[in-house]
Design a protein around this ligand. Structure first.
Ligand code: NAP
Length: 346
């Protein structure tokens, strides 16, 4: 069966996902697109040479009979309405991160899904699909380094032109928030943010770098340097220190070059290149599980936890205090994979 996907939001990542579903992945095709800017949606359909219906309103796309499943790649503030509408229509929905820009909005999505009674929502946290992070998780889960005690991370980008305010936390660090609790199988209890000397190369008024300290329920201490104007490359580091050993996130593969009296290896500069395969794996697995009637990726609950944690980090930055992170109990609904009936008749 081919999964017929409708895409809401034909901007940068919407186009990337349309291209990968059309040209790279198997088991799905794009049958509809929607964008507030209909002319833009027309141009994308033409450029990508796809046979898709075009809608000026995401809600019409969700209701369309030809759409089995929905991909939400509109800007963040529009996510909630489209995800909730997809749930109400009983259609599986993959929503790019963040699930929604506020914790309250994420909780409303969780409540809508629990009320609906079937798990339909996956959030676009692609690092869980990265080969390196998956290898790291395998080592941690195997017990080879004993119980994890500390984690040291760095999230570095060469420069950012579109960041303002707290986006280093709310746009960049959110990926660590998601992947680290998945790696450690643990939740956070406190956040603290330390502001080192500012680089002169950040945009006007922008703090850069940050050091974020998180503490988990089990007492694991995590430090992450977020440095988004580091100049030299896109460099994601993660080292887990356990009772009997340490485990590092593997470097992306690159030729080790001996030339001109130097030993060198390339560092990527573009986040898209660093995680390009993860996006493919993420969407391919979503397609396969959706067709099987399963939902296995980052859930709406994970999206909510990310939002609560990011809020605590922002508060910690603003106050200079150690901020407690308190979450309600996770609904039992999210304890196990929920299966839904994929009841498309055709
Ligand atoms: P973008 O280039 O600005 O694209 C967003 C698109 O959605 C634009 O075409 C926009 O139209 C359209 N849009 C806005 N409101 C809409 C609405 N109500 N209905 C239909 N379409 C609407 O942004 P992007 O970079 O693709 O990012 C989109 C989302 O993906 C964001 O949530 C972002 O955080 C996420 N993202 C995730 C990753 C990742 O690593 N997982 C990477 C990049 C982006 P206009 O331009 O006319 O407003």
């Amino acid at each position: 069966m081919t999964l017929r996907v409708g895409v809401i939001g034909t901007g940068a990542i919407g186009q990337d996902h349309i291209r990968r579903i059309t040209n790279t992945l198997s088991g799905a095709k794009i049958v509809a697109v929607a964008d507030v800017n209909v002319e833009h949606a027309h141009a994308v359909v033409k450029n990508e040479k796809i046979d898709a219906n075009i809608y000026g309103n995401g809600h019409d796309l969700i209701q369309a009979a030809e759409v089995d499943a929905v991909l939400v790649t509109a800007w963040g503030p529009a996510h909630e309405e489209f995800v909730v509408a997809s749930i109400k229509a009983g259609k599986p929905v993959f929503c790019e991160k963040p699930l929604a820009p506020t914790a309250d909005a994420c909780l409303r999505i969780v409540e809508a899904e629990v009320t609906h009674g079937k798990q339909l929502v996956q959030v676009g946290y692609m690092r869980r699909y990265d080969e390196g992070y998956r290898a790291l998780k395998k080592v941690v889960d195997s017990g080879k380094i004993g119980e994890p005690l500390m984690v040291h991370c760095a999230h570095r980008a060469p420069s950012v032109s579109n960041f303002s305010g707290d986006m280093a936390i709310t746009d960049a660090f959110v990926h660590e928030i998601d992947v680290l609790r998945w790696l450690l199988n643990d939740d956070y209890v406190t956040a603290q943010v330390i502001l080192p000397r500012n680089t002169r190369l950040a945009g006007k008024g922008l703090q850069d770098p940050h050091i974020v300290l998180l503490e988990t329920k089990k007492g694991i201490r995590i430090d992450t340097e977020i440095f988004v104007n580091c100049q030299y490359g896109y460099d994601i580091q993660c080292q887990i220190v356990g009772e009997t050993g340490t485990a590092n996130l593997p470097e992306p593969s690159s030729v080790l070059l001996r030339s001109e009296a130097k030993l060198s290896t390339e560092i990527l500069t573009d986040w898209k290149e660093r995680f390009i395969e993860s996006y493919d794996v993420e969407l391919q697995e979503w397609i396969h599980s959706t067709v099987k009637g399963e939902m296995n990726g980052p859930s709406a609950w994970d999206g909510y936890v990310q939002a609560v944690t990011a809020d605590a980090c922002v508060k910690a930055k603003q106050t200079g205090q150690i901020v407690p992170i308190s979450l309600p109990d996770r609904p039992a609904f999210y304890d196990k994979n929920q299966f839904y009936e994929f009841s498309v008749v055709r």
